[in-house]
Design a protein. Sequence first.
Length: 123
Amino acid sequence: PVRLTGSIRLAKIHGSVSWDLNGCYTDGRRGLTGQALIIAPTPEKEPPESLAHVWQLAEAILSPATEVIVFGFAFNPYDEAVLRLLRACSANTKTVQLINTCPQPDRAKAIWPGAEIVCQQPP
């Protein structure tokens, strides 16, 4: 199992069911009302403007990171904006942990060619 200790920097670049255009909340009510600020996995060339601040945070977190943990992301080729972000911020990454029921280590290796790719099933 993955055990996390200390502080973990997190950027939810596809949004969240607990967010809307007015703020971030601690429950998923926005998802129940259809008002959630979440981006479905569809082809896109640019990140949505409504999540620009989250993408800037992701870049600030990923660029110096030596270890990256990726939860539930399939590295689909059509998810161009995310893949471009990951590639642009990959220079310092030494280890990538993929937590996914169907991990894609070959796709991850294409983004982080010099990193160790570790695959684990979710708990």
